[in-house]
Structures are given as structure tokens and as C-alpha cells.
Design a protein around this ligand. Structure first.
Ligand SMILES: [Zn+2]
Length: 575
């Protein structure tokens, strides 16, 4: 490929619309253009990256026994009604009507459609197991599409669905996908972690997320410094880090704290540590008012609170609502006497039990209590693990300290069980002729998201640093002077030679200054840059520069080809 024949509109300036590194760099490197909010065109270079990710995914899915098919983007409402999700999906679903006013949606996911297929075509246990997958566009009408490809309204996913006759079959399918996903992200040359995650609203039991590590990632994960334990902070169980203190209960004391509301303000005003303050937060769990108590230095884990309450929805109560219910200004709520002001269920984190002589809001304006004690001054309905795991919490597997990192979720595997097969009546007959529901799993990889995550993880101030396996081209050839016919002839030869040896190379033959081409090469992030200058003509020497390490090597032309062939071959496998 010649740059002069391609469309690679690189930009010098950072576009104002771009809110993350990957979004900025993919726009600047001429790989992506915005069409509407959350909707993008992949330009030729960006498309090549996506195709390379798809190819790796496809190979590993096929190796694991997956079979590819293609389900429709447009899905009829009836099947969604049958599974009970048409109404609950809400505004995230793009809905449309045909000329006969029949309802359809643009598929946000494909569980319904594929279960419908299977219930019609699979009748016997002999036809299972099946692993069916597709690589397809998905549509979600995000309220606030942002971060470029990271949270778009149209995106490309690989989704595989497993169909088994029993739990042990599901376990085998799940393990196959777990291993295939590990190989995929290794081959993509990305640093990632596999974490235990919360099943959330999809229903089901086991689930793992594949997280590409990046400081800019929106998800927080904890992982063990010793064993292989890793989990989403939402999922990681927390042991109390307090020990029950044997201190005596001091008498409850009302103190004036005018205008002092937040934990930080109270701590500073009273000269106490945040961990002796009782933080009281209010939520609605499926319309029931709930107070959640945690130590002042901890954060409430809403997922754990929701699970503990067995609620389907948990929403933070508004300031106005709290004032209306309890007749107290926000910031002065505390557990003593709270239940007398309004009906409220109080749940508390385990650590609260060990707090002796705590500080809490006094349920009256501008006042707090000192020496608040559970059992004497207030009761709670339930104690549980309600906080978010932090750096230094202990590994639930081996007890070593956990570390915190940020990541970007690029894949998730999920044991669905019989949720969809039961709802849609996808059953088989077993050996005894008994009708049983098929056991399902679903397994997704965000293809376009993986591309963005790779950029978030691998870039510097000059641009993207693609892993060889994902790069739009593995190498770029640049003659220093496009006017020097000997240099051009030499560059052309080495370009043809690289092509002949199976190296994925692009030739920057534009009539531009070398400096412009160097800048573009760094911005786009080709792993290897070959520069043909005067020494090429006089001494047969080519300059090879590795984008990732910055290492520069001079090689004779023939030697250069072999050197690159060997090194790129290793790097293509993600080594
Ligand atoms: Zn551990």
C-alpha cells in the first residue's frame, strides 16, 4: 500500500470533541471520524486494526469449537416481548416501525434471536453442545455517548452463545471461552487481567471480565500481590479491617457543628479521624427508603447493598427527598433516633459494628453526636459487607494485601443458565425422553472497544504505539528525499522486498518533507519505521527504528529484511 493512494487524514491539533486519549489519537491519526454523537466512520487505517482484531478473535473462537453465523441487526419486538425484555430495556434500545407499523429494534444484544433459532432447530441432547458466534454491530442509545469508541451508540462486538444439556457441559464451554479469551488478549499484545465480576441484572451465576489495564480506565479492579485472585471492586468481598475495640462506651454528647456537613468538614472541625465518623447515606431500594452506614473513610458499594437487600433497583435518594422525609438538612443525619423521624431500614457495613464512641449526625441542624454506640444509641436491621474494596484490603483467597488498578472492560463471559431457554421454551429431550431446558452461556468481546483500549494502554506524547498484531501496517518505508531518484528507487525496492516476504508494509511516497512523514509515522504508530537516506545509496544501509522502544539499528538491505521477518514473526504472536 502506498500512502499517496490511501485516505489517511492526520490532524495536528487535538479535536475539541475528543474527551479521552484514545479518542484524540484515533481522530488525529486519521483512523476515525465522527458522523453523529456516538456514531463513527472507521477510516481505512482504523478499519484495518478492527479487521486484525476480528481475525484473531475468529481464529480463537474457531479453535475452541465455535461456529460462525450472522444474526440480523433488525429484530422483531415479538421475541423481546416473549422474553419479557421489550419493556424493561428502556431508552437504551433503538426502536423503529416498519411501513405496517410493526415494532422492531436495532439489536442491542442477541440472546433472544439466537434462543429463538435454537428452540426451532435443536430438539435432542444429541445435537449439543453448540457454540455459535457472530461478529456484528450492536446498537445502544446511550444517554451520553462519549469517549469515542469506548462508549458509542453503534459498536462492533463478537458474541458467542453456548448451548449445553447440563451444568457440567456449561462448565466445559465456559472454560473453553475463558481460555480462548486469554489467548485472544495475549495475541493482541495487551496487558490484561481476568477478574471476577458481579452478575448484575443479566441474571446468572459465574461471570468474569477481561480488563485491559490502563490508568485512564473507568473500572477499578483489585488483584492479589501473591495469588491469582483479581476482581472488580464491585465484586471483591471485604473483610472488616477494624478489630473490635474494648473501649468503654462514653456518654452520648450533643455538640454544635454549625455549617459542618461533609465527613472531611466534621473531621477537621472536631479534630477526629474520618474513620471514627459514621457516614449515613440514603437510597431507595425498589421504592423502600434505606439508610446505609459505613465508616467515614469508606465508600458504599451500591452493588453489594443492592444484592444484600435483594433489590432490583437501588437509587440514591435526592437531597430534597431526604429533607422531606426526615425534616433535617442534608449532612446532619445519623442513626440515633432516625427511625422515629420516618420509616427507614438501616443497614450497616461490618466495620460499623466495631466502631466505639463514633461521631454521627444528630438529626437536627448544625449538630452532631459524640460517643455514638451501636446497641446503646441505635440499632441496625442488617449488618453486611457494604463497602468498596481498597488498596490494602486482604485477598479473600490467601490473605495477602490487594492492589488497586484501573482497567477497561473489553470482554465478559457469563453463565446464563436457563434464563432465556425457560422464557422462550428452548428445550431438548434427554436420553430418557424427558423434556429439559437448554443451559446457556454468553460470551462477548467489544471489538471496537478493544481497539480504543489498546490505544489507552499503549501511547506516548507522539502518538499511538500499536502492538504488531494490531497495527494497521507493521512497517512504513520513508525515503528522506522524495526528489532524490536513487533514494526513491532504493525505497521502492525495499518496499517490494518486504511485501514479497509477507511483511505488512506501507510506503510513504507522498511529496512531503521527511519531518512530516516521521511525525505521521509516530502518530499513527507503525511498529517499525524504515528510513532510506544518503547512506542507503552510498553504503546500502537502511535505518530501522522500533516505535515501542525507540531503538534504532542500521542494517544492510538484505539483512534488514531477514531481521524484520524474524522479529516481526515473534511479535505477531503477541510475544
Ligand atoms: Zn491472594
Amino acid at each position: 500500500m502506498r500512502v499517496s493512494q490511501n485516505l489517511i487524514p492526520t490532524l495536528k491539533e487535538v479535536p475539541a470533541e475528543a474527551d479521552t486519549i484514545s479518542h484524540q489519537l484515533l481522530l488525529r491519526a486519521g483512523m476515525l471520524r465522527r458522523v453523529a454523537a456516538g456514531i463513527y466512520t472507521l477510516l481505512p487505517l482504523g478499519y484495518r486494526v478492527v479487521e486484525k482484531i476480528k481475525q484473531i478473535v475468529r481464529e480463537e473462537m474457531n479453535n475452541a469449537g465455535g461456529v460462525e453465523l450472522l444474526l440480523p441487526i433488525i429484530q422483531p419486538a415479538e421475541i423481546w416481548h416473549e422474553a419479557g425484555r421489550w419493556d424493561v430495556y428502556g431508552h437504551e434500545m433503538f426502536r423503529l416501525q416498519d411501513r405496517h407499523e410493526r415494532n422492531f429494534c436495532l439489536g442491542p444484544t442477541h440472546e433472544e434471536i439466537i434462543t429463538d433459532l435454537i428452540r426451532q432447530e435443536v430438539k435432542s441432547y444429541r445435537q449439543l453442545p453448540l457454540l455459535l458466534y457472530q461478529i456484528q454491530n450492536k446498537y445502544r442509545d446511550e444517554r451520553r455517548p462519549r469517549f469515542g469508541l469506548m462508549r458509542g451508540r453503534e459498536f462492533i462486538m463478537k458474541d458467542l452463545y453456548s448451548f449445553d444439556r447440563d451444568e457440567s457441559g456449561l462448565e466445559t464451554s465456559y472454560q473453553k471461552m475463558y481460555n480462548a479469551y486469554s489467548r485472544i488478549f495475549s495475541r493482541c499484545g495487551l496487558s490484561f487481567r481476568i477478574v471476577e465480576a458481579d452478575p448484575g441484572a443479566i441474571g446468572g451465576s459465574d461471570t468474569h471480565e477481561f480488563m485491559v489495564l490502563a490508568d485512564t480506565g473507568e473500572a477499578e479492579i483489585v488483584f492479589c500481590s501473591v495469588c491469582d485472585y483479581a476482581a472488580n471492586v464491585e465484586k471483591a468481598p471485604c473483610q472488616p479491617r477494624t478489630s473490635p475495640s474494648a473501649g468503654e462506651f462514653k456518654p452520648l454528647k450533643l455538640v454544635s457543628t454549625p455549617g459542618v456537613r461533609t465527613v472531611q468538614e466534621v473531621a477537621a472541625f472536631l479534630g477526629v479521624e474520618p474513620q471514627v465518623i459514621l457516614k449515613t447515606l440514603f437510597y431507595y431500594a425498589d421504592s423502600e427508603l434505606i439508610a446505609v452506614l459505613v465508616r467515614g473513610d469508606r465508600a458504599v458499594n451500591e452493588t453489594k447493598a443492592k444484592n444484600l437487600l435483594g433489590a432490583t433497583q437501588l437509587e440514591i435518594a435526592s437531597e430534597a427527598e431526604i429533607t422531606r422525609q426526615f425534616k433535617i438538612p442534608i449532612g446532619y443525619a445519623g442513626p440515633p433516633g432516625l427511625k422515629e423521624r420516618a420509616p427507614v431500614k438501616i443497614i450497616a457495613d461490618y466495620e460499623v459494628k466495631d466502631l466505639i464512641n463514633a461521631v454521627a449526625g444528630a438529626n437536627q441542624p448544625d449538630h452532631h453526636y459524640l460517643n455514638v454506640n451501636l446497641g446503646r444509641d441505635y440499632e441496625v436491621d442488617t449488618l453486611g459487607d457494604l463497602r468498596i474494596a481498597e488498596e490494602g484490603d486482604l485477598c479473600p483467597k490467601c490473605g495477602a494485601p490487594l492492589h488497586l488498578k484501573r482497567g477497561i472492560e473489553v470482554g465478559q463471559i457469563f453463565k446464563l443458565g436457563v434464563k432465556y431457554s425457560k422464557a422462550l421454551g428452548a428445550t431438548i429431550l434427554d436420553e430418557t425422553g424427558k423434556e429439559i431446558p437448554i443451559i446457556m452461556g454468553c460470551y462477548g468481546i467489544g471489538i471496537t472497544r478493544t481497539m480504543a483500549a489498546a490505544v489507552e494502554q499503549r501511547h506516548d506524547e507522539n502518538g499511538i504505539i500499536w502492538p504488531v498484531s494490531l497495527a494497521p501496517y507493521e512497517a512504513v518505508v520513508i525515503p528522506i528525499s522524495h526528489r532524490d531518484s536513487l533514494q526513491v528507487k532504493f525505497a521502492e525496492e525495499i518496499y517490494q522486498n518486504l511485501l514479497a516476504h509477507g511483511i505488512d508494509v506501507i510506503y510513504d511516497d507522498r511529496p512531503e518533507r521527511a519531518g512530516v512523514k516521521f511525525k505521521d509515522a509516530d502518530l499513527i504508530g507503525y511498529p517499525v519505521r524504515l528510513v532510506v537516506g544518503n547512506r542507503a545509496v552510498s553504503e546500502n544501509l537502511v535505518e530501522i527504528k522500533w516505535r515501542a522502544s525507540g531503538e534504532i539499528i542500521l542494517k544492510e538491505k538484505e539483512e534488514a529484511i531477514n531481521y524484520l521477518k524474524n522479529n516481526l514473526n515473534k511479535l505477531r504472536k503477541g510475544e
